[in-house]
Design a protein around this ligand. Structure first.
Ligand code: HEC
Length: 104
């Protein structure tokens, strides 16, 4: 009985995985962006100034070949010019989802 139960738990967990990976939360991404990214990037239209050397998110979202999945991956790999923010996969996906909304 116990084995069947844990087997079912495992199945449920596996079934939930792809959904968790795609259900990015742009609203949470906005909060994260304002906390972690706004020192350098202009992250939203209501932000007046950032570092002028750095692309605003509205520009990043309109770059050719822009893609939320690629962006999330980019955010998970350390970059020399950007501090390593040790984002979780979910945080990176949320940030990418938010940046997408800035391109419209
Ligand atoms: C300390 C300043 C700093 C912070 C904080 C910062 N960035 Fe950046 N970011 C940069 C710089 C500088 C570049 C340009 C890198 C380059 O030219 O190689 C960059 C580039 C990028 C790019 C790629 C743009 C391109 O040209 O391809 C993305 C996407 C990005 N940042 C997202 C973010 C996100 C999301 C956050 C917050 C989690 C963040 N950045 C926080 C400085 C920063």
């Amino acid at each position: 009985m116990k084995r069947i139960f844990s087997g079912m738990l495992l199945l449920a967990a596996v079934a939930a995985l792809p959904r968790a990976a795609t259900a990015a939360d742009a609203a949470n991404g906005e909060k994260l962006a304002k906390r972690w990214c706004a020192a350098c990037h202009v992250v939203a239209t209501d932000q007046k100034s950032g570092n002028t050397q750095v692309a605003p998110f509205s520009v990043i979202a309109q770059m050719p070949g822009f893609d939320a999945a690629k962006l999330a991956l980019y955010l998970l790999t350390p970059h020399p010019k950007m501090p390593d923010m040790s984002l979780s996969r979910a945080e990176a996906a949320d940030l990418a989802a938010f940046i997408v909304t800035q391109g419209h």
